[in-house]
Ligand binder design. Structure first.
Ligand SMILES: Cc1cc2nc3c(=O)[nH]c(=O)nc-3n(C[C@H](O)[C@H](O)[C@H](O)COP(=O)(O)O)c2cc1C
Length: 213
């Protein structure tokens, strides 16, 4: 397989992995994965990111407990039983990261936005600015996380990109001692794939692509 074919093979075969073998990925692999995030594209090349690779079981467990505690608070404010049951089911999808051999906390750092200030000064309303200015910093983070999940797959490792646990943002910030302006936007679990889930069904290309000639 030449380089080009291999690249598309990696993209075509990547899938979310939520269960991992009892194997600790070496730090060299984790460095290569995070290096692929470092090289990702970012708006105005701000590189507005930091990554913390968490191997430590206690730290992962404390973070998962933080998610559960946050769910308890949320549940205590809900009265609809069906909604409560659905939230209960969702908990597992938010806490299984504690069983992943490595969890990468993906942190968005503050980056300047030239155009936001310009639009504000020229009198555009906040709601209008939101429409005109998709969140470039967050989009840049997305590119970095996707690079990491592809790099992990190329190294024979599986990953799951997770946003649900971020409901415990405040608790995570304390555990990981983040700076004031830093925000965790995703966790990325990494490990050797165990049970291989079926691949999620993808929409056909015709449904998502339009050509204007
Ligand atoms: C932004 C984002 C957030 C996600 N958050 C979660 C999550 O919190 N928990 C989870 O189990 N999976 C999460 N996923 C994984 C998706 O469920 C998964 O990518 C999707 O079902 C498509 O499957 P595939 O990655 O195998 O193509 C997330 C994926 C993305 C891109």
């Amino acid at each position: 397989m030449d380089n080009q074919e291999y690249f598309f093979h990696i993209m075509d075969t990547r899938k979310t992995i939520r269960k991992y073998e009892d194997f600790i990925p070496p730090i060299e692999d984790i460095k290569r994965i995070i290096n692929s995030a470092r090289l990702a594209t970012s708006a105005i090349n701000a590189q507005n990111w930091k990554f913390i690779a968490i191997y430590n079981k206690d730290v992962k467990q404390k973070m998962a407990q933080g998610v559960l505690d946050t769910y308890e608070k949320i549940l205590s404010n809900l009265s609809d039983d069906e909604l409560k049951q659905n939230v209960e089911r969702y908990k597992g999808h938010s806490t299984f990261f504690q069983n992943a051999p490595v969890v990468i906390a993906c942190i968005m750092t503050k980056a300047p936005s030239f155009l936001d200030g310009v639009l504000e000064s020229s009198g555009f309303e906040c709601a209008k600015i939101k429409l005109m200015r998709p969140d470039s910093q967050l989009l840049s983070m997305g590119g970095a996380v996707e690079n990491m999940s592809l790099a992990a797959h190329a190294l024979g490792l599986g990953s799951c990109w997770m946003v649900a646990p971020i409901i415990a943002q405040d608790i995570f910030r304390e555990i990981l001692q983040l700076d004031k302006d830093d925000k965790i936007v995703s966790l990325l679990t990494i490990g050797k794939p165990c049970v291989s889930d079926n691949r999620a069904v993808k929409k056909p290309l015709e449904d998502v692509m339009t050509v204007i000639e």
